[in-house]
Ligand binder design. Structure first.
Ligand SMILES: NC(=O)c1ccc[n+]([C@@H]2O[C@H](COP(=O)([O-])OP(=O)(O)OC[C@H]3O[C@@H](n4cnc5c(N)ncnc54)[C@H](OP(=O)(O)O)[C@@H]3O)[C@@H](O)[C@H]2O)c1
Length: 267
């Protein structure tokens, strides 16, 4: 894709930290954007970013009927060329406290089903799907068992779909941010990241990477150079990463706090 000028994107999680930054850059690049999130008031405010080029549709994507209604809305505005599966939740707590159902539904099942729903439209328009994963989609991390499972699943799903559609004009991309300054991370997670000297990106850095990837069509991208090395090391020599993370386990556990996925936290 040479440019995003005149393309129409569906951006899920547009009311969140990364979503808002992505919206700004999509608009600067000349795209129109259907924005979703659950909070109608927040979404309506996004119209002022570029009146006439932002179409808000407030809905909970975990409900099949809502996804169908969103599809009908996208048809009404003329269809979409790009699907950005960005909505997500996280939870940082002991395994016993995790709400697996909420995590897997929101981060894995809903984006898969949304992609399935929009695929015929994307095929007609030589479109693009980009799934927002995480470093934790490649590295299992204490306190993030449900989140890691969902993002490992999203990475596997994306790779299988990329290979299945290799003989079509639909592009399927995967972007894995590292820790990013947004509300998905609770104060405990922020404190843990600081204590461990974890690199943290701004939402604008993630948004820039996403737009670059949409243009270049690069299939997979992992943000952060240290995280990149860790991802590769974990794939080749997981025992080494077991040792490195094992030495930090007691410190990590100090930050555990039982929460529900509603008041979710994460990376
Ligand atoms: N921030 C990080 O450290 C980090 C690192 C790696 C990957 N990521 C990934 O980046 C993506 C964006 O995260 P973020 O940091 O921008 O988080 P965020 O600020 O908490 O935003 C999350 C977005 O997802 C939406 N959402 C959640 N559940 C939904 C549902 N059931 N239906 C519709 N929308 C729903 C939220 O909408 P509401 O307004 O309705 O809540 C919000 O717009 C996520 O997939 C996350 O896993 C984030």
């Amino acid at each position: 894709m040479n440019s995003l000028q005149g393309k129409r994107a569906l951006l899920t999680g547009a009311s969140g930290g990364i979503g808002k930054a992505v919206l700004q850059l999509l608009l600067v690049s000349g795209a129109e954007v259907v924005v979703t999130g659950r909070d109608e008031a927040v979404l309506s405010q996004l119209i002022s970013e570029a009146p006439g080029r932002v179409y808000p549709f407030a809905t909970d994507l975990n409900d099949e009927k809502n996804r169908q209604a969103l599809y009908a809305f996208c048809l009404q505005v003329g269809g979409i060329d790009i699907l950005i599966n960005n909505a997500g939740i996280s939870q940082f707590s002991a395994h016993a406290e995790q709400d697996f159902s909420a995590l897997i539904t929101t981060n894995l099942l809903s984006p898969m089903q949304l992609t399935q729903l929009f695929m015929p439209m994307l095929k007609q328009r030589d479109g693009t799907v980009i799934n927002i994963g995480s470093t934790f989609g490649s590295i299992g991390y204490a306190g993030f068992s449900g989140y890691c499972a969902s993002k490992f699943g999203l990475r596997g799903y994306t790779e299988a779909l990329q290979r299945e559609l290799a003989d079509s004009k639909v592009r399927v991309l995967y972007l894995a941010p590292r820790a990013t300054r947004t509300a998905i991370n609770t104060p405990q997670v922020d404190a843990l990241n600081r204590a461990l000297g974890q690199g943290v990106d701004s939402p604008e850095q993630v948004a820039k990477a996403l737009i670059d990837q949409l243009i270049s069509g690069r299939k997979r991208r992992y943000l952060g150079s240290a995280e990149n090395i860790f991802v590769r090391l974990n794939a080749l020599l997981p025992g080494l990463v077991d040792k490195a993370l094992g030495s930090k386990l007691q410190r990590i556990k100090q930050y555990f706090k039982p929460t529900s996925a509603k008041n979710s936290v994460g990376v």
